[in-house]
Structures are given as structure tokens and as C-alpha cells.
Write a protein that binds this ligand. Structure first.
Ligand code: DGL
Length: 288
């Protein structure tokens, strides 16, 4: 091997691309940074076209592929984590076909974590309308030997976007949704002991969700954050690759954020999701 070859990719810190429809996916990035503090990340929030959760599979796939290609082509990302549950549910195959790097979505890690947590093997999943209609979580849970009941909770994303993560109105909305899904579960003879948060924004509501559950449930319901389980899976996958050596020896966390619109809002609200300042957010144009 020549010097040029040995000093090439082996001495370079690979970029991990993280993509979401908005900045809610920073909850996944936060979980990744906690596990890979010396990695380099490029995060793209497609804020111009948010929300994905109310759009069709075709549109979601088109947007998600453009975003993934930006991260691999412009940012040279060598791994992609699709933090967006909706894009993972409806466009993972399309993204995998469109980019030449490993792509990890959030659905399977969420289902695996649910299997590890559940003893009754009956789980509840709350997510956007598009994710629920795709039944991607049901299928992934079924593959784990679980029965899943899914419920769309479309009011929760705007409430989080509004910053109402500890608000009595949000608590009441959560109470109504959870009462409905638990009633449906009882009607179907399910005994759920696990709740999967199947949307990037819901981890910010976790304390409120757990409070509502504690005041309601006759038996304890464990909450699974797919951001955490996705980060665990990503680290396992990266550990299996030679590039992990480079990630561990990089000097410090590097995060470069991009958005397709609403840069000011991203910079203002992003720290809530990331748990640290997001720095300068670069505005990019992905076309239509
Ligand atoms: N990122 C989306 C998800 O995790 C929520 C926001 C949206 O609807 O685009 O499903």
C-alpha cells in the first residue's frame, strides 16, 4: 500500500449524515452524540417541506431522497441515519436505492427495543398519520413477535413546535389520545405494557406522557424512545466497521446543521431538541 493510500480514508473522520423533515430529529442526533462524542455529524432538516407526516408516500420519498443525496453528495456522508419516523416508514427502501452508503431508519430499532421491554408482547405505538397508515411499526413489531396497536396523534407535533412541552393543553391532548388507544387496546383484548414514541418530536413530551400514564394506567406502561434505540443500533453497526476506529480518535464532536427554510426558528428551538447550541445553521435549497 502506498503512503498516499495509507494516509487516505484511514486517517479521515467519516461523516455521519442525519436527516429529518425538520429539527425534531435533533433528538436522534442528541442520542448519537451521547454515544459517539468524537464523531463528525451533518444534520439536515427539511424545514421548508415539513410536515412529512400528512403527505403521501410518493411525495415523502421524493423529498427524503433529495435530502439523503444532499448529505451523501455534498457532505460526503458515509453513513446515513434517517431520524424521521415518517421518512423511515415510507421511504427507507427508496433512500437505500438512491445512495451508495449504509442507511439506518428508526422503525426497526424502535421495534427491537419494544421487544426487549415488553413482557406481555402487546405494545402501543403513537406516530404521525402517514407513519400509522403505512403500518411500518406493526410490521416491524410483528417481525419481533409483538402485537402492536398504532395511533396517529397529529396534534402533538404542532404543540411541540410551539414549545408547549410542559403545558396543560398538551397534557390534556396526550390524555385524550392515550385514553383512546388504551380503550381500543382493551376492545381488541390486548394487554399493552409498552408505548413506543414513533415520532421525532415525542421524546420532548416524554415527561408529560409518563406523568399522564402514571395517573391513568392500571398496570405500568414503559415508554420507548426510538431516538435512543436508533442511536444504540447505529453505534453497534458502526462498531462493526473499520471506520469506527477513526470516529473514536477524532478530536471532538463536530456538528454542521443545514435547513431548507426557517433557519432562525431552527437556531432558536433546535437547542431544546439537541440539548446544546446548534451553532450556525446553513440554509440550502433542494429544489421543488
Ligand atoms: N419527523 C416526523 C416524524 O418523526 C415528524 C414531523 C413531520 O410530520 O414531518 O415522523
Amino acid at each position: 500500500m502506498s503512503d498516499a493510500q495509507s494516509a487516505g480514508p484511514a486517517s479521515r473522520t467519516p461523516t455521519i449524515g442525519v436527516f429529518d423533515s425538520g429539527f425534531g430529529g435533533l433528538t436522534v442526533l442528541r442520542a448519537l452524540v451521547a454515544r459517539l462524542p468524537q464523531a463528525r455529524f451533518a444534520f439536515l432538516g427539511d424545514t421548508a417541506r415539513l410536515p412529512y407526516g400528512s403527505k403521501s408516500r410518493r411525495t415523502i420519498a421524493r423529498y427524503a431522497v433529495q435530502s439523503a443525496q444532499f448529505l451523501t453528495r455534498e457532505m460526503d456522508a458515509e453513513y446515513l441515519v434517517i431520524a424521521c419516523n415518517t421518512a423511515s416508514a415510507l421511504a427507507l427502501d427508496a433512500i437505500q436505492d438512491a445512495v451508495p452508503v449504509p442507511v439506518l431508519g428508526v422503525i426497526e430499532p424502535g421495534a427491537e427495543a419494544a421487544r426487549a421491554a415488553s413482557t406481555s408482547n402487546d405494545v402501543l405505538v403513537i406516530a404521525t398519520e402517514a407513519t400509522v397508515h403505512s403500518h411500518a411499526y406493526s410490521a416491524a413489531c410483528q417481525a419481533q413477535g409483538l402485537r402492536a396497536l398504532e395511533k396517529a396523534c397529529p396534534l402533538l407535533v404542532p404543540l411541540v413546535e410551539e414549545g408547549w412541552t410542559d403545558h396543560s393543553v398538551t397534557a390534556e391532548v396526550i390524555r385524550i389520545y392515550l385514553d383512546e388507544i388504551r380503550r381500543d387496546a382493551a376492545t381488541q383484548g390486548l394487554k399493552p405494557d409498552t408505548l413506543v414514541l414513533g415520532c421525532t418530536h415525542y421524546p420532548l413530551l416524554r415527561p408529560l406522557i409518563e406523568k399522564v400514564l402514571a395517573g391513568r394506567a392500571s398496570c405500568a406502561i414503559r415508554v420507548i424512545d426510538s431516538a435512543e434505540s436508533t442511536a444504540d443500533t447505529a453505534v453497534r453497526l458502526l462498531n462493526g466497521r473499520a471506520a469506527q476506529r477513526n470516529i473514536e480518535t477524532s478530536a471532538q464532536t463536530e456538528i454542521h446543521c443545514f435547513a431548507t427554510d426557517s433557519v432562525d426558528k431552527f437556531e432558536r428551538l433546535g437547542p431544546r431538541f439537541l440539548g446544546r447550541p446548534v451553532g450556525h445553521v446553513e440554509l440550502i435549497d433542494l429544489g421543488g
